[in-house]
Design a protein around this ligand. Structure first.
Ligand SMILES: [Zn+2]
Length: 160
């Protein structure tokens, strides 16, 4: 049975919630490659090799994914701050079968949720130490993965 994916070209054309340009892998949308007003500083940081997240200037809580209001105190005073780029593996999955042909040269690879030092959770590619496997709780350090002509994405390298 063939898997279906609701992020097809047709559903992308109906998307009106952001002004970004879809990053496509074949017919599948992988995210927005160009910034929307809410993500402009995030993508500029990625170009510079830096990771920016939002922090509430009212209560200090870091917020991610990006939101208009703080999830702790509902303030709309969210500032963009640079993340330390450190954290641990919260959970992960290793992909052995490419979801689309564009990913065949990368398998096997791991993706998962990282708990960053700022207390936020972020989904990203996870790069194990050479010859080792990804494991829950492993410390990670921010790096970046070149994704082709559309640029780069944050990734996390296990560091011990
Ligand atoms: Zn707050």
């Amino acid at each position: 049975m063939e898997a279906t994916n609701n992020n097809s070209v047709e559903s992308v054309q109906d998307m009106t919630w952001a002004e970004g340009v879809p990053l496509m892998a074949g017919q599948y949308m992988m995210g927005l490659a160009e910034p929307s007003p809410e993500t402009k500083d995030y993508w500029q940081g990625v170009k510079e090799g830096r990771l920016f997240i939002k922090q509430c200037s009212g209560c200090g809580k870091h917020n991610h994914p990006r939101r208009i209001f703080c999830t702790a105190c509902n303030s709309d005073a969210l500032e963009s701050v640079e993340a330390k780029g450190t954290g641990t593996v919260y959970t992960f999955s290793t992909v052995y079968r490419a979801p689309v042909p564009a990913f065949e040269k990368e398998i096997p690879y791991s993706v998962g949720v990282l708990e960053l030092s700022e207390g936020i959770y972020l989904f990203s590619r996870i790069i194990p130490e050479k010859g080792k496997e990804v494991r829950i709780g492993a410390p990670v350090q921010l790096t970046f993965q070149e994704t082709g002509p559309n640029g780069r994405l944050p990734a996390f390298q296990i560091v011990g």
